[in-house]
Design a protein around this ligand. Structure first.
Ligand code: SF4
Length: 266
């Protein structure tokens, strides 16, 4: 027979678990080994709708060539694309190749990007990666992940962005927006960015893989926002597994307002 203390603890645990919201974490747990909670047809439909709504999605990071894209991506860690663009316009006017950037030097790079978060470390990395590209890669940005990841300040996510945007490789760079959208929708639940990346690679139909990264980022940035997803205007709401869906603002105001009572009935 089960001991009363253990039975009570088990009951408390069960109540606690059932009270958990069905958010991203809950969906990630529901998914076995990072597998999608959607059918292949549903996953296809999501990308087909993104493709119809945004036929030619682009990165919002301004750049002139693969090198300036790489620099912009390195600067964009924990910074907004708009903030990075503001700093890089003047920087890229002075230096748009590894040789020119290396010649500009860490001090001047730091001065140009001082409005971007973590600018000290980033200036050091941009100077070092420019030198490495000029000296070891003939001034070219390498087109393979290992070589990119060997550069200072370049991780898997940055390498994936460059491979996809600059060289058209079928990679999906999982940033905070993509991580959230993949988990909330049930498209590719995962506890780590790598788990989500591999899950997305599995569920994304080949014809959509080139643009998947852009669609998911833009969707996360402008519709499936971190604090309040705008489910009422989401074009994949009927497929997405996230619950409860966010109602439109007007509906929320009506709900939040105190109930009116008929005169004389209060
Ligand atoms: S329905 Fe809501 S949670 Fe789901 S993808 Fe759309 S905005 Fe995000």
């Amino acid at each position: 027979m089960e001991k009363p203390v253990l039975a009570a603890a088990a009951k408390r645990k069960a109540v606690k678990q059932s009270a958990k919201p069905k958010g991203a974490g809950a969906l990630a747990k529901k998914s076995k080994k990072g597998l999608s909670l959607l059918t292949p047809a549903e996953a296809y439909e999501i990308f087909a709708r993104f493709a119809a709504a945004m036929p030619n999605p682009q990165t919002e990071l301004e750049h002139l060539n693969p090198f300036t894209l790489l620099v912009a991506v390195v600067l964009s860690a924990q910074a907004t694309d708009a903030g990075v663009n503001k700093a890089t316009r003047a920087l890229f006017a002075k230096a748009d190749t590894p040789a020119k950037m290396a010649a500009l030097g860490e001090e001047k790079i730091r001065e140009a990007i001082k409005t971007v978060g973590l600018f000290n470390t980033k200036a050091k990395n941009v100077a070092a990666l420019s030198k490495a590209l000029a000296e070891q890669h003939g001034g070219e940005v390498p087109q393979d992940r290992a070589a990119l990841e060997a550069l200072p300040g370049v991780g898997r996510k940055s390498a994936n962005v460059v491979l996809n945007v600059a060289f058209g490789k079928p990679t999906i760079a999982v940033d905070t927006h993509i991580f959230r959208v993949a988990n909330r929708t049930g498209l590719a639940p995962g506890k780590t960015p790598l788990e989500v990346e591999l899950g997305l690679e599995r569920v994304t139909p080949p014809e959509f893989i080139d643009n998947a990264h852009h669609w998911l980022i833009l969707h996360g940035r402008y519709v499936c926002k971190a604090r309040k997803p705008e489910c009422w205007r989401c074009l994949i709401a009927d497929i997405c597994k996230f619950e409860p869906k966010t109602p439109p603002p007007a509906e929320k105001r009506v709900k939040a307002a105190p109930a009116e009572t008929e005169p004389g009935l209060s």
